[in-house]
Design a protein around this ligand. Structure first.
Ligand code: CAA
Ligand code: NAI
Length: 725
């Protein structure tokens, strides 16, 4: 609702729809009524629009876009109504003015903002464009380059930057509402023509067309198949080419294209999925609503390799003092140097007055090789080599040294949390916190509870994720947890496709065209082929512990490809050795070039094993890789490892570079249609009976049998979830 009040000569319209004053149809109606009332009342000389509870508005109610009485189109005429008012209208911006919220403010004749407010047009991030004339007004106010940047990226800008851009007229540190009323009183009677943005020309940029052409190339490159950024661009370009009214018509057309594109639904699903996973629950009944987190005043990180360095950086950025521990002085010094470099870079990037902990002060960040210094920390994150014996040794030590309440976290990628916990005297306080590389950049934190992990431990890990500005997703304990477990069959299919006749660049291309940031082979070269090789040796799948006489392409009766092992035996570990699935310009180089040596090697390999090379089309590449990953997702859901498909999707979008405009793997499966996913898996499984990853999961079959229900109903078809606690 919006609330109308009139005290003095200034009428106040307050947008009210907790928690973020989203512009529902009801709010818009009362906003319109308020404007008309103020217009009709001769004692009202000016109008001030503000939001309830220190927030202007986060824009249109996103849920409204999928309802039958659609919001799209309702706001634009109201923004025009504000602008055409004969009485000055002032926006008092506190908290956030986003999307339609900022468009309302752009309709106002004056804008005044609190210094801590943030503004933006984030519609592009939910697959839309600012559809209430924002693409036409913003360029007229702040110029094309700045408007294009805000509209095509959706970034939020702080009030201080908004002032510099001319987006707001004034910023205040104290009471924004009072300041706005003062401003409104001051401008009564002043001409409004120059304040109406629709009447202003778009400021000229030298060589506008050349500038726009260049900008378009950049927008397309960054969009990776997502439609919204390009259509946002087109709407802004229309502002530079046509009068206001025509630009608005173009904006509306483009908005309708996006609304019905499917991508908007996927991105809006992803928006709500990210929020839904915060309400975690486990099969045993523990949940966010009843568990309270413990405070983390001081932390520790053990192991300052690739992951430890990023984790330390993340903690410092979140202003959590910590101790960083290594096994010896040599590794400590190496780790310290790398961490300091990362922190210096991060400190330079901090914006909007945000502060980073003084990391030169040992009271904030202390480097050591002495376990005794971990005595009084509240939480430890272990990030040593992926080796069960080593991890158990460390956890045993920790349980003797750390204070009784301390939470003990492991950053293992796949190992059994219960086994690690068994080395301690407090398994209820042991939990997996699986960060993704680079840990100070990637948003995902997979949080894995073991059989004995307490609800408090889970709540504390979730709280930590929030403090680190990450997305925490709570999952159960199994080999590879959710993310890596779904990744195994995907990567396996990619390698099998090479055996059968494809090439790394062909497979990568198909998956990158689908929207992945990076295909499986480029990814493997980046992460290092040796990582998986070590793990397979530990599992006895290759190397000296492999029993003599094991068939080259079979393990435990299932198909196995030794190709990655053979590459490692040749010292081809990926980027770090300048050779892997591709060739690189130097060790550590990043430019992947297809490698004739590898093509030749693959031909010889096929000859050796009597595999007939065949042409594999793009459809087969895509389906075998994606559907096997999705199939594993259904198995995970059936086992109760995750409490809903949203969890899997949030993990894939935030940790594995899944294209957000496709909503995550499970959402994607729902858009393809489960019967089709099942039929394809059945077909591929018949062709490859020795590949369990292609055998359709029982849960998928059940969902198809009950008529392909919508994703939000899937979990209700599980008769019983297995308890993992
Ligand atoms: N519509 C509906 N619900 C919204 C919403 C919106 N625009 N913005 C936030 N919410 C809901 C969230 O779903 C969440 O609900 P639950 O508590 O039930 O999970 C609640 O409000 C609080 O949101 P957050 O948890 O995200 O709170 P936060 O403090 O971390 O962030 C925020 C606040 C920055 C406003 C963030 O919610 C946000 O970015 N919102 C989306 C803004 C947006 O995209 N606006 C554009 C909408 S499209 C449009 O306006 C117009 C158009 O012309 C097409
Ligand atoms: P790494 O090899 O880069 O670093 C491990 C560090 O641990 C080394 O610096 C080593 O000196 C230190 N260390 C070993 N024993 C120690 C001890 N007893 N005490 C203190 N420090 C000790 O390994 P990386 O890649 O950082 O991996 C660490 C953990 O994170 C592993 O469990 C791995 O599976 C997991 N992980 C790795 C990811 C990656 O992309 N590299 C992603 C997610 C998880």
């Amino acid at each position: 609702m919006a609330q109308y009040a009139r005290g003095s000569a200034v009428a106040v319209i307050r947008l009210r729809n907790p928690p973020v004053n989203a512009l529902s149809l009801a709010v818009l109606q009362t906003l319109e009524d308020g404007l008309k009332k103020a217009d009709a009342d001769p004692s009202v000389k000016a109008v001030m629009i503000c939001g309830e509870n220190g927030k202007f508005s986060a824009g249109a109610d996103i849920r409204g876009f999928s309802s039958p009485k659609r919001l799209g189109g309702a706001l634009g005429p109201i923004v025009s109504l504000i602008e055409s008012s004969e009485k000055p209208v002032v926006a008092a911006i506190e908290g956030v003015a986003l999307g339609g919220g900022l468009e309302v403010a752009l309709g106002c004749h004056y804008r005044i903002a609190h210094v801590k407010a943030r503004m933006g047009l984030p519609e592009v991030t939910i697959g839309l464009l600012p559809g209430a004339e924002g693409t036409q007004r913003l360029p007229r106010l702040i110029g094309v380059p700045a408007a294009l940047d805000m509209i095509t990226t959706g970034k939020h800008i702080p009030a201080t930057e908004a002032l510099k851009l001319g987006l707001v007229d004034e910023i205040v540190e104290e009471n924004t509402i009072e300041a706005a009323i003062r401003l409104a009183n001051k401008v009564i009677g002043q001409p409004l023509g120059p304040r109406r943005l629709s009447l202003k020309p778009v400021p000229k940029v030298p060589n506008m067309e050349a500038f726009l052409d260049e900008a378009l190339v950049k927008v397309k490159r960054q969009a990776r198949g997502c439609l919204a950024p390009e259509l946002c661009f087109q709407a802004v370009r229309a502002a530079t080419q046509s009068p206001f009214a025509e630009g608005v018509r173009r904006e509306r057309e483009l908005f309708q294209v996006l609304l019905s594109s499917g991508q908007a639904q996927a991105l809006q699903y992803a928006f709500f999925a990210e929020r839904a996973v915060r309400r975690w629950a486990t099969p045993s009944g523990a949940s966010w609503s009843s568990a309270a987190p413990q405070p983390v005043r001081r932390a520790a990180v053990i192991g300052l390799g690739t992951m430890g360095q990023g984790i330390v950086t993340s903690l410092v950025k979140a202003n959590i003092p910590l101790v960083a521990l290594e096994q010896d002085l040599e590794n400590l010094n190496k780790g310290r140097k790398a961490v300091m470099l990362l922190l210096q870079r991060e400190a330079m990037k901090m914006e909007g007055g945000a502060q980073i902990l003084d990391f030169h002060n040992p009271a904030h960040l202390q480097f050591t090789v002495d376990f005794d210094l971990l005595r009084d920390v509240d939480l430890v994150i272990e990030a040593v080599f992926e080796n069960m014996a080593l991890k158990k040794e460390i956890f045993h030590k920790l349980s003797k040294i750390c204070k009784p309440g301390a939470l003990l976290c492991t950053n293992t990628s796949a190992l059994n949390i219960d086994e690690i916990a068994s080395a301690t005297n407090r398994p209820q306080q042991v939990i997996g916190t699986h960060f993704f590389s680079p840990a100070h950049v990637m948003r995902l934190l997979e949080i894995i509870y073991g059989r004995h992990t307490s609800p408090t431990a889970i709540a504390t890990a979730m709280q930590l994720a929030k403090a680190l500005k990450k997305v925490g997703v709570v999952v159960g304990n199994c080999f590879g947890f959710v993310g890596n477990r779904m990744m195994f069959p995907y990567v396996q299919q990619a390698v099998f496709l090479l055996e059968e006749g494809s090439r790394p660049e062909a497979v990568d291309q198909v998956l990158e065209d689908f929207g992945f940031k990076i295909g499986p082979f480029r990814m493997s070269d980046l992460a290092g082929l040796d990582v998986g090789w070590r793990s397979r040796k530990d599992q006895g799948l290759t190397g000296p512990s492999l029993p003599a006489g094991t068939p080259a392409r079979q393990r435990h009766g299932q198909r196995y490809s030794p190709l990655p092992d053979l590459l490692c035996e040749q010292g081809r570990f990926g980027q770090k050795t300048a050779r892997g699935w591709y060739l690189y310009e130097k060790a550590g180089g990043r430019t992947a070039t297809p490698d004739p040596w590898l093509h030749n090697f693959l031909s010889q390999y096929r000859d050796t094993h009597g595999i007939q090379t065949r042409f594999i089309d793009q459809e087969e590449i895509l389906e075998r890789c994606l559907f096997s990953l999705i199939n594993e997702g259904f198995a995970i859901l059936a086992e109760g490892i995750a409490s809903g498909p949203e969890h899997l999707d949030v993990i894939y979008i935030n940790g594995y570079g899944w294209p957000e405009h496709r909503g995550g793997p499970m959402f994607y499966a729902s858009t393809v249609g489960l019967p089709r996913v099942l039929a394809k898996l059945q077909k591929y499984s018949e062709a490859h009976p020795d590949v369990p990853g292609l055998r359709p999961s029982a849960f998928l079959k059940k969902l198809v049998a009950v008529g392909n229900p919508p994703l939000k109903e899937w979990m209700s078809y599980l008769s019983q979830q297995s308890s993992k606690l």
